[in-house]
Design a protein around this ligand. Structure first.
Ligand code: ADP
Ligand code: MG
Length: 184
């Protein structure tokens, strides 16, 4: 699905001391499955994922997604792709603090009816109980917040779910439950 061809990412281009986050990187990813990227801090994992998901544009190289070069898309095409085919989970949950769990999930729905019901079904599948659906993030546990964030990322049934250190802010038990959900 992804064919990464010779991508380079240079930060601080305008400064004398440039940062090469990715240097001529090549990789072909399989069409299905769970793919993990490991490496030391600062080795470019987040940069790679941001480039794959079109949140950042590499300085050089091509990223083919189903044969289309993501680096050449127009803004509207990129936005559509992100909204309809990609989902995102980050280390921090980035939930809207004044919205309930279920509204935080529903708000990301790209259209079509029944978003609230789908949001509730996802939250239930991720082991939040009915009583928690109406709570704001501050009233949920860290694990529940992250599972809500995954439900939000899943609401449009993305073909690709990107997760950047999704368990880093969780304790052991919650980290395992979040990984189980992602594997499913
Ligand atoms: P990882 O996720 O593996 O820890 P990153 O992709 O976050 O690595 O970072 C790779 C390199 O790029 C690091 O040296 C980091 O300091 C640098 N970097 C990341 N983001 C930026 C940015 N927005 N501006 C400048 N340098 C950055
Ligand atoms: Mg990172």
């Amino acid at each position: 699905m992804f064919d990464i061809k010779n991508i380079t990412m240079i930060y601080d281009m305008e400064k004398t001391e440039k940062i090469y986050a990715l240097g001529g990187f090549n990789l072909t990813l399989p069409d299905t499955g769970l793919i993990g990227i490991i490496g030391p801090s600062g080795s470019g994992k987040s940069t790679l994922m941001y480039c794959l998901s079109t949140l950042k544009k590499p300085t050089d190289g091509e990223i083919l997604y189903n044969g289309k070069d993501l680096t050449k898309l127009r803004d509207t095409e990129r936005e559509n792709l992100r909204r309809k085919e990609f989902g995102f989970v980050f280390q921090r949950h980035f939930l809207v603090p004044y919205m309930t769990a279920v509204d935080n999930v529903t708000v990301a729905a790209a259209g079509g009816g029944g978003a609230t019901d789908r949001a509730k079904a996802l939250l239930a599948a991720f082991e939040l109980i009915e009583r928690e659906f109406g709570k704001r993030p501050a009233k949920l546990s860290g694990g529940q917040r992250q599972r809500t964030a995954i439900a939000r990322a899943m609401i449009n049934e993305p073909r690709v779910l990107f997760a950047d250190e999704p368990t880093a802010a969780l304790d052991h038990e919650n980290a395992f439950s979040v990984m189980d959900i992602l594997k499913d």
